[in-house]
Design a protein around this ligand. Structure first.
Ligand code: ELE
Length: 220
């Protein structure tokens, strides 16, 4: 059985992005025409958020298409690494941005634009540097090779104010160990949109993967 996600309000902060769904699908769209049916399949499966990366040439137009044509889907831009990209995806209608790291000029741009953001961190100093700027919700990347769930569990002791979207190496096999942590709001991952399924337009498979992911539970 599949569920239909209820229409989502645009998040006002990165913290609200963490609470839309237990899993944020991280998507590479090779052809703009794939974007809307892909997003609709995720939504039918019960996942009301999508991170479309700028890893492909079609990424920016895919964000624009989903923002305009898929009501109820919260569309974010991923792999944002420059201030110029942050500006471009905001203009294209992205509701939030995700950055793999937190270089100061990029964080400045995101704050100036006022767009909700999950900026990337891998160390305590990066995490606390973002918190100094008022950003207490953040991405932890690449999660598995940076210490995984035990690392985030250890961070929670001294820094209970920080909340995370770990991404990188997360799958149905280990997602629950992250989502059980009190400082994890959601996890990010590419497993909901396998390359071959997207290329073949196998939206039923994407919907089924989304439905399974939507059934994962967070600790809070
Ligand atoms: O593109 C970016 O900005 C990234 O930060 C990388 C993505 O988050 C990972 O590629 C997703 O990780 P996997 O689920 O292991 O495929």
């Amino acid at each position: 059985m599949t569920t239909t996600a209820t229409p989502a309000l645009a998040p006002r902060t990165g913290a609200e992005v963490l609470d839309v769904a237990p899993v944020v699908p991280v998507v590479v769209v090779e052809e703009v025409a794939q974007a809307v049916p892909l997003a609709q399949a995720l939504l039918r499966g019960g996942i009301g958020v999508i991170e479309i990366t700028l890893r492909s040439a079609a990424g920016l137009e895919a964000i624009r298409a989903v923002a305009a044509e898929v009501p109820g889907m919260v569309v974010g831009a991923g792999t944002v690494v420059t201030p110029e990209q942050a500006l471009a995806v905001t203009a294209a209608g992205a509701s939030f941005v995700v950055t793999p790291g937190s270089p100061p000029r990029l964080v400045d741009a995101v704050l100036d634009l006022g767009i909700p953001a999950l900026c990337g961190t891998g160390t305590l100093t990066e995490m606390l540097t973002l918190a100094e700027r008022g950003l207490t919700a953040m991405k932890f990347f690449p999660a598995e090779v940076s210490g995984g769930a035990p690392y985030l569990s250890a961070v929670h002791g001294p820094c209970p104010q920080l909340r995370f979207c770990p991404t990188g190496g997360i799958s149905p096999a280990n997602a629950a160990s992250y989502l059980a942590l009190p400082n994890v709001g959601c996890v990010g991952g590419s497993w909901l949109t396998p390359k071959d399924a997207v290329a073949a337009g196998d939206w039923a498979r994407v919907e089924a993967l989304a439905a399974a992911a939507a059934g994962l539970r967070t600790a809070s």
